[in-house]
Design a protein. Structure first.
Length: 176
């Protein structure tokens, strides 16, 4: 209930914008980007800034650099690993700085940015990660959802949730 109450001001602010976005001339097709023009304009400049922020985040994570990580992570960071473990900003930075977790490679197979609201961009995709955690090597193929939020004029990494991509199944053998 407490979490819902935190979002009430946003909902109250966004509801008239959603209505206004639907009130324009002509029919609106579901999924039509123009439908959401007032709520989240698809600005190349915004998407480029978030893409650059994510590139910096990946570089900072691989480097384990405390100052860079602190600058790019939101103070409210919630990082949900594919294992189910959840980190805060402080706990995630500590694991990276102390090299408890070391990301050796981080290769996006897909990365898409979608403005969700003013100052909020969703990032979805698939990534291959090679990491070491407590000296155990892991190779992960993950689907993910991340949230970027503009805070005091800077894009900060607010949330990450990932799950292991399903293992491809072999096609059934053709009947003879």
């Amino acid at each position: 209930m407490k979490t819902l109450l935190r979002f009430l001001p946003f909902i109250a602010f966004a509801a008239p914008l959603l209505h206004a976005a639907d009130a324009g001339p002509g029919p609106r097709v579901p999924g039509d980007p123009a439908r959401y023009a007032l709520l989240a304009p698809e600005s190349d400049k915004v998407l480029a800034a978030v893409r650059a922020a994510d590139d910096e985040r990946v570089a900072a994570v691989k480097a384990g650099d405390r100052d860079r990580l602190a600058a790019i992570f939101s103070n409210e960071l919630r990082y949900g690993h594919s294992s189910g473990h959840v980190d805060t900003k402080a706990s995630y930075i500590e694991s990276l700085v102390k090299h408890t977790t070391v990301y050796e490679s981080y290769d996006y197979l897909e990365r898409t940015f979608l403005p969700a609201a003013p100052g909020v961009v969703l990032m979805t995709g698939r990534v291959l990660i090679h990491a070491r955690h407590d000296a155990q090597v892991t190779e992960l193929d993950l689907n993910f959802l991340a949230v970027w939020r503009e805070e005091n004029g800077q894009w900060r990494f607010l949330s990450w949730q990932s799950c292991k991509a399903p293992t491809p199944t072999a096609a059934p053998a053709a009947a003879k």
